[in-house]
Design a protein around this ligand. Structure first.
Ligand code: GLC
Ligand code: CA
Length: 608
C-alpha cells in the first residue's frame, strides 16, 4: 500500500490574509530551556498546570526508532534494546526529548512487531524486560522519555485471546474479535465474504476459518485479526496493558491505526471509487479501489480515547514525573477532523494527534504549505500541533521531496518547516543524516508483506527501514563485520553516516542540531505564534514567529533551485536583522527588504 495515498489530502482554500491570534498570556519561567507555550484559545490542555515537567511535550523533539534497524548489540543482524541504550548519548547530543519505539513486544514478526502475541513482554529478538527497564533508567538520566507503540486495533493471530477465540463459537473469547457468517453461507458452503471490505494490505478483509465456519475481519494482514471494541472486556484488557507500561515508567504511547477501531455496525459495503471518467479502477494490489468511510474514522474512537486519556492521566509518580503523552497515528482528510482528535473541552483525547496533512504534501509547493501551516495555526483551537514528515510506512524524504541533485539542501528546507513552526516535531531515525530510500530490487529480497502483495507496483516499506548508518566501517557500524543485517546497508553509507557528519559543521546533522537548539533556547522560536509573511510569493515561504516580550524571528525558505530575493515587512520593525541560522554559504541580509537566498536556501533572523 502506498501509505501517503491514505492521507486523502483535500485541497484547502488558500488563506491570503491570515488572522493573527495574539497570545498574550505570560509564559511560565523557562526551565531546562523549555518555557510554557501561550495556549491562545481555551482548550482542555490549556487548563493543565504549567510546570516544565507537565509541559515537556508542548515544544518537544520526538525521534522515531525502528528498533530492528537502529543498532545491533549482540551480533545477530537485528537491532535491539541494548543497542538503543548504547546510542542514547548520540540522541542527547542531537537534542531529542523522547523516543517513540515502534513495537518491541513478542511477535511472530509478520508485520515486524505490529502483530503482537503478548503485550506485557519484550520479544527475545530485542531483549528482555530487564533490558527495557535499563533503557528507561538510562534514558531518564539523560532527560529522554521512552514512548511505546500501542496497537489496539488488532492482535497477532498467535495471541492467546485469538487462539481461544477461534477454538469454538462458544469460547468466552469468541466476541473479543469480529466473527461473521458469509453472505449466502449454508451448512455445506462458506458463501461469499460478509461484504466488500478490503484489507489495507490488499484483498478481502475477511478470512474464512474452517474450524468454526465463520469469517473474521482484519483491516491489515490476515495474521492481524481486528479486536471487537464493542466488547467492554477489550477496553479493560487494553487499560490493563497500558497501565503495565505506565507503571514501568514509559513517557506515553503512540496509538497505532487508531482511526480503524470501529466499523459500520450495519456492515454496509464500501463505495467504489471512480476515476475522472466516472469509471472504477484498480489499486496497486489489483483490487477495485474503494472508499473507506465504513471502516475508517468512525466516531466510536473518540469516547475510547477519552477513556484512555482519563486513565493515563492518573499515572504521575514521583519516580517518573510529568505528563504521560498520548500520540495518535491520525491520517485524516482535513484539519477539522484533526481538530476533533484533541477532544472536546473537559474531555481531552490525544495530546498530540499527528498532523499528516502538512508533512505528506509530498511536493515543494509554497501555496500548499502556506495554507496547511496556516490551518495548523488557526484551526486546532490553540492545541499543540505535532508535525511529522517521515516515518516507517512511507518512502523517506529524498523519495517524496528530493530532486536527486539537491537532496541535502531540500532536507534543510523540510527540517526548517518541521522545527521552525509552533508545536512539537517528530522525525524518523536517519533523517538527520539524510538517509535515502533504498527499496529491494528483487522480489525474493522483500521482507515487508506489503511489498510481497504489491510487487512490483508497490515494493513495500523495506526501503525506508534499512539499518542506521553510523560510520563508514563494515555494516556501517550497525552490526558486527561478517554478519548479514536483516536488511542490507545501503551503499550510501560510505559518505552518509553519523561519524562523518558529526565532525562537519556544514553537514545535515549539524543543521538539525542547530535548529533543535534554536527551538529549545529562543523564546519566540519555542512558543511564539506563526504569522505568514509575503503571502503572494510562490517561490519562497516566509513566516514570522512572535511571542510576547521576545524579539520576533523571521524565517525564509527558498523552495526552488534558483536563487531568490525576498522583501519582508514586519509592522513596527526598523528593518534590521540579526542572523540566527542560515544554510551553508548564505549571506547576512542588509535588511528585511533584501533577503537573498541561494537555491533551496534558508534564512532565520531576529528582527531588530
Ligand atoms: C500502522 C503502522 C504500520 C502497520 C499498521 C498495522 O499503520 O504504522 O507499520 O503495518 O499500522 O498495524
Ligand atoms: Ca540483535
Amino acid at each position: 500500500m502506498n501509505w501517503t495515498a491514505i492521507t486523502k489530502k483535500t485541497v484547502t482554500s488558500f488563506i491570503a490574509s491570515c488572522s493573527i491570534i495574539v497570545a498574550l498570556q505570560a509564559a511560565a519561567p523557562a526551565a531546562a530551556g523549555q518555557s510554557a507555550p501561550p495556549n491562545p484559545l481555551p482548550n482542555a490542555d490549556a487548563q493543565s498546570a504549567n510546570s516544565a515537567e507537565q509541559d515537556w511535550w508542548k515544544n518537544a523533539v520526538l525521534y522515531e526508532i525502528y528498533p530492528r534497524s537502529f543498532q545491533d548489540s549482540n551480533g545477530d543482524g537485528i537491532g535491539d534494546l541494548n543497542g538503543i541504550t548504547q546510542r542514547l548519548d548520540y540522541l542527547k547530543k542531537l537534542g531529542v526529548d523522547a523516543i517513540w519505539l515502534s513495537p518491541v513486544y513478542p511477535s511472530p514478526q509478520v508485520d515486524f512487531g505490529y502483530d503482537i502475541s503478548d503485550y506485557k513482554n519484550i520479544d527475545p529478538q530485542y531483549g528482555t524486560l530487564a533490558d527495557f527497564d535499563r533503557l528507561i533508567a538510562e534514558a531518564n538520566k539523560r532527560h529522554i522519555r521512552i514512548l511505546m507503540d500501542m496497537v489496539m486495533n488488532h492482535t497477532s493471530d498467535k495471541h492467546e485471546w485469538f487462539i481461544q477465540s477461534r477454538s469454538s463459537r462458544t469460547n468466552p473469547y469468541r466476541d473479543w474479535y469480529m466473527w461473521h457468517d458469509g453472505k449466502g453461507q449454508t451448512a455445506a458452503d462458506k458463501g461469499e465474504p460478509p461484504n466488500n471490505w478490503q484489507s489495507d494490505f490488499g484483498h478481502s478483509a475477511w478470512e474464512w476459518d474452517e474450524k468454526t465456519r465463520q469469517y473474521y475481519y482484519h483491516k491489515f494482514y490476515i495474521q492481524q485479526p481486528d479486536v471487537n471494541w464493542d466488547n467492554p472486556k477489550i477496553h479493560e484488557a487494553f487499560k490493563d496493558i497500558v497501565g503495565f507500561w505506565l507503571k514501568r515508567g514509559v513517557g506515553g504511547f503512540r496509538f497505532d491505526a487508531i482511526t480503524t477501531l470501529f466499523e459500520d455496525p450495519e456492515m454496509r459495503d464500501e463505495d467504489v471509487l471512480l476515476d475522472k471518467d466516472g469509471k472504477s479502477y484498480r489499486n496497486d494490489y489489483g483490487d477495485i479501489a474503494l472508499n473507506d468511510t465504513r471502516t475508517n474514522n468512525l466516531p466510536g474512537t473518540h469516547p475510547v480515547m477519552q477513556e484512555f486519556r482519563a486513565f493515563s492521566d492518573t499515572f504521575n509518580s514521583p519516580k517518573f514525573p510529568g505528563t504521560r503523552v498520548l500520540i495518535g497515528e491520525t491520517y485524516l482528510p482535513n484539519i477539522a477532523e484533526l481538530a476533533k482528535q484533541y477532544g472536546p473541552l473537559g474531555k481531552p483525547e490525544f495530546h498530540l494527534p499527528m498532523d499528516t496533512q502538512v508533512g505528506f504534501i509530498n511536493k515543494l509547493d509554497v501555496a500548499q504549505f502556506r495554507a496547511k501551516l496556516n490551518d495548523v495555526e488557526t484551526a486546532i483551537d490553540g492545541n499543540i500541533p505535532l508535525l511529522v514528515f517521515d516515518n516507517h510506512d512511507n518512502p523517506r524524504l529524498d523519495a517524496r521531496y528530493g530532486d536527486g541533485v539537491h537532496d541535502a539542501d531540500i532536507q534543510r528546507v523540510i527540517s526548517t518547516m518541521l522545527f521552525a513552526n509552533r508545536g512539537t516535531a517528530l522525525f524518523y531515525y536517519g533523517d538527520e543524516i539524510g538517509m535515502k530510500t533504498t527499496p529491494p530490487t528483487r522480489k525474493e529480497d522483500v521482507k515487508d508483506p506489503v511489498g510481497l502483495t504489491g510487487w512490483p507496483k508497490d515494493k513495500g516499506r523495506d526501503g525506508e527501514r534499512t539499518p542506521m548508518q553510523w560510520d563508514s566501517g563494515s555494516n556501517a557500524g550497525f552490526t558486527k563485520a561478517g554478519v548479514a543485517p536483516w536488511l542490507p546497508v545501503p551503499p550510501t553509507y560510505t559518505t552518509v553516516n553519523v561519524k562523518a557528519e558529526e565532525s562537519d559543521p556544514n553537514s545535515l546533522f549539524a543543521w538539525y542540531q542547530s535548529l533543535i537548539r534554536l527551538k529549545k533556547t529562543n523564546p519566540a522560536f519555542a512558543h511564539g505564534d506563526n504569522v505568514m509573511l509575503d503571502t503572494a510569493n510562490t517561490k519562497v515561504l516566509s513566516w514570522m514567529r512572535q511571542a510576547a516580550g521576545a524579539p520576533s524571528i523571521v524565517v525564509s525558505v527558498n523552495f526552488t533551485a534558483e536563487p531568490q530575493t525576498v522583501s519582508l515587512s514586519v509592522p513596527g520593525a526598523a528593518g534590521k536583522l540579526k542572523t540566527l541560522l542560515k544554510t551553508p554559504g548564505g549571506s547576512d541580509p542588509a535588511s528585511l527588504g533584501q533577503i537573498q537566498l541561494a537555491a533551496f536556501g534558508v534564512y532565520i533572523g531576529q528582527v531588530k
